[in-house]
Write a protein that binds this ligand. Structure first.
Ligand code: PGA
Length: 255
């Protein structure tokens, strides 16, 4: 695991986009695991710029998103389907057939979760998984206490997560109570991980993730066991780390 501290959100986003771009340049049919939330927005903006201005080609790339709220239709403005098409897919040359996002409206949710896991394996497995982190240390919607070996399934959202995400809805009541999420085991099977965090609100979770003991109570701590993980944070998110960390990763593509 490598920790990289950047001066700003923009620099953090540029580095993560460059790392993703390099995976695609080396392997045009790369299988990318993508995340939602406010954290990766800058990364997606930079990937769009790399596509539009520098010809970064997504035509053969395959994507799998981490999670989706149960019960929200794909056109709901807070669904992760809507988020991904608005903030990334509409603006790049991805083939819609290559996009996979958990279906929160699936009738047979356990069956869908099994199918999702099978699709990841069928395409050759995730080359790179992009992650944010919750203020409570969750990755995807694997809330504190999640099994560190879990696979794609439904999770009940933590009160803290629902409160954190209420800013996107009209009221806390409207925030869904359940989500479908890749498991921690699913995430750890990816060949490379990038975990991003910005802002002082993430400082405690980042200190525990980078320097604390591995525990299911802080699911992101599992990243310490991944052989090719890069945690990229801005200065405020790094403010509770006890050690000094570099501003550049040793190498861009660890694969
Ligand atoms: P955020 O969410 O990027 O909106 O802070 C991150 C997360 O909950 O994983």
């Amino acid at each position: 695991m490598e920790v990289v501290v950047k001066d700003s959100y923009e620099e953090m986003s540029k580095l993560s986009a460059e790392m993703i771009a390099e995976v695609i340049r080396r392997k045009p049919r790369a299988v990318l695991g993508l995340a939602t939330g406010s954290t990766p927005l800058g990364t997606y903006k930079e990937l769009v710029r790399l596509h539009q201005q520098e010809g970064l080609d997504f035509s053969r790339a395959i994507t799998f998103n981490l999670d989706e709220y149960v019960g929200l239709t794909h056109d709901h403005p807070q669904s992760y389907h809507f988020f991904m098409w608005e903030n990334l897919f509409k603006q790049i040359n991805i083939n819609a057939k290559n996009v996979h996002i958990p279906d929160g409206t699936a009738k047979d949710i356990p069956g869908f979760c099994r199918w999702y896991e099978e699709q990841i394996v069928k395409t050759g497995g995730l080359d790179l998984q992009l992650l944010g982190i919750g203020g409570n240390g969750h990755i995807a919607f694997n809330e504190p206490g999640s099994s560190l070996g879990s696979r794609t399934r439904v999770k009940t959202l933590d009160d803290k997560t629902r409160q954190d995400n209420a800013r996107f809805f009209r009221s806390l009541n409207e925030v869904p109570k359940y989500a479908m999420t890749m498991g921690i085991g699913t995430i750890m099977d990816a060949r490379q991980l990038i975990l991003l965090a910005n802002g002082a609100g993430k400082a405690e979770a980042i200190a525990k993730t980078c320097e604390g003991p591995i525990t299911a109570i802080v699911p992101a701590t599992i990243v310490q066991l991944h052989p090719k993980a890069t945690i990229i944070v801005d200065k405020p998110a790094a403010s509770k780390l006890s050690r000094e960390y570099p501003a550049e990763p040793r190498i861009l593509v660890l694969a």
